[in-house]
Write a protein that binds this ligand. Structure first.
Ligand SMILES: Nc1nc2c(ncn2[C@@H]2O[C@H](COP(=O)(O)OP(=O)(O)OP(=O)(O)O)[C@@H](O)[C@H]2O)c(=O)[nH]1
Ligand SMILES: [Mg+2]
Ligand SMILES: [Zn+2]
Length: 285
């Protein structure tokens, strides 16, 4: 039978065939070939022997969160606690683009936004660079009904820092998910890493992955790649005069032109420059 791995706990895997959940372990052959199973993997399994026989080819795989075969990444970020950061969200968006995975943004905790300006600013910036943004509150339920349809028939993964409300959000989508919810720590400026494992939860004919939060993400990209995948720049760079333009001091640069015309938001360009300074300087072979 063919099924999808939805969870893994110390060498035991839970497999969904779309209706039922089976428990199975990989056959010895996996260890020999050094093949490692991932949540999201489509596998051939033997339901009598409770063994996983084969991994089907993956359409994509991510290291962080560790998951395979997803259709979209939903980047979750809170307005406050932890404080919203354009830099972090743009980094996650770049990561999604680099992996050729569609992404959208979910902004949580609108109920504790001290002013509406930040919501207006976030809306404006991401609208300008063509990324869809959803605003929700897991406390008041604002925006929850509207967002549910984006999950239909897709495998989606939530991604974002600890404490932004990924698990809380899933409980709002379906209370039966019964996800454990952690606490925001003022001292740490983030949550306390409540969710420890990636798990796929069935919803709307597809799945939604709850994932552990993490703050540091190494993009491991060259400066050239950063420009190719950075949101807002990815559609402009081919118009630059120099094919290896990194959009800082070159002449006839489409990116700088868009910035000066107000088409490309300044905050996006500034984050790009900051990340460009941190990016790898060597060329990928
Ligand atoms: N006011 C408010 N608090 C929220 C909202 N969403 C989540 N919280 C709170 O934020 C804290 C962290 O929520 P979690 O759902 O555990 O966050 P998480 O993103 O799953 O965190 P990790 O599992 O550690 O990665 C909890 O105290 C929640 O009650 C929201 O929309 N509004
Ligand atoms: Mg969680
Ligand atoms: Zn340029």
């Amino acid at each position: 039978m063919i099924g999808r791995i939805v969870a893994s706990i110390s060498g035991q895997y839970s497999i969904s065939d779309g209706e039922n959940i089976f428990s199975a372990v990989p056959r010895g052959i996996f260890r020999k070939d050094n093949q490692r199973l991932m949540v999201g993997d489509l596998v051939e399994f033997n339901k009598e022997m409770n063994t996983i026989e084969k991994i089907l080819p993956r359409k994509n795989e991510l290291k962080r969160p560790r998951i395979a075969n997803i259709d979209q990444l939903l980047i979750v970020s809170s307005i406050d606690k932890p404080l919203f950061s354009f830099e972090l969200v743009l980094k996650y968006l770049t990561f999604a683009n680099f992996n050729h995975i569609h992404s959208e943004i979910i902004i949580t905790k609108t109920d504790i936004a001290s002013e509406n300006e930040i919501i207006a600013k976030i809306t404006d910036v991401f609208e300008k660079i063509g990324v869809k943004t959803h605003f929700i509150s897991n406390k008041t339920g604002e925006g929850i009904e509207e967002i549910k349809k984006i999950f239909n028939g897709k495998v989606s993964a939530l991604m974002g820092q600890s404490g932004v409300g990924k698990s809380s959000f899933l409980n709002m989508v379906d209370p039966l998910f019964d996800r454990g919810v952690g606490q925001y720590s003022e001292a740490l400026g983030r949550g306390k890493h409540k969710t420890r494992e990636v798990i796929l939860l069935p919803f709307g004919g597809g799945f939604i992955a709850d994932t552990p939060g993490f703050s540091s993400l190494e993009l491991e990209m060259t400066k050239e790649e950063l420009g190719q995948y950075f949101p807002g720049i990815e559609n402009l760079y081919t118009g630059c005069a120099y094919s290896n333009c990194i959009h800082i001091s070159e002449i006839n640069c489409k990116v700088k032109e868009a910035l000066n015309l107000g088409i490309l938001p300044k905050v996006v360009y500034d984050c790009y420059i900051k990340m460009s300074n941190e990016a790898l300087t060597f060329y990928r072979r």
